[in-house]
Design a protein. Structure first.
Length: 133
């Protein structure tokens, strides 16, 4: 009688199952914003102006993005740029987070530069450097 129950016990322990496959992202990469804010509370307080992008055959890409805080209290943020080649592959190492003090209602610049001339595109990521927003 004990042996009759043994197959039923092992049926639930099938070790031959395949792992879960990755899901397709419904948002294609081309639709991701070039400038993204990681913190939803911070998003409503920042206003970005048109970026100034400079590059050339012998000059690595550099980007300057003017941004203004739309509130009356100073805050501190972190930002970093990511650079990509013509095929969308990252160029160089990921830039370290930079800290920026943002005075109320005053434009400041977020700046970054690629490490070599292969950069053809960029993204800017901004996040709060404090949890009090």
């Amino acid at each position: 009688a004990i042996f009759a129950l043994a197959p039923a016990v092992f049926v639930g322990c099938d070790k031959n199952k395949a792992p879960f496959g990755g899901r397709n992202d419904p948002v294609i990469q081309e639709n991701f914003p070039r400038i993204s804010v990681e913190d939803k509370p911070l998003y409503k307080y920042l206003a970005f102006s048109s970026p100034n992008v400079q590059s050339g055959p012998e000059q690595p890409m550099s980007v300057l993005v003017p941004v203004r805080l739309m509130q009356d209290d100073e805050i501190h943020v972190q930002y970093r740029f990511e650079f990509f080649d013509r095929n969308g592959r990252p160029v160089g190492n990921t830039m370290a987070w930079r800290y920026l003090r943002m005075p109320p209602r005053t434009p400041v610049n977020m700046e970054g530069a690629a490490v070599d001339t292969n950069a053809a595109d960029w993204k800017l990521i901004v996040r709060s450097s404090r949890s009090d927003l």
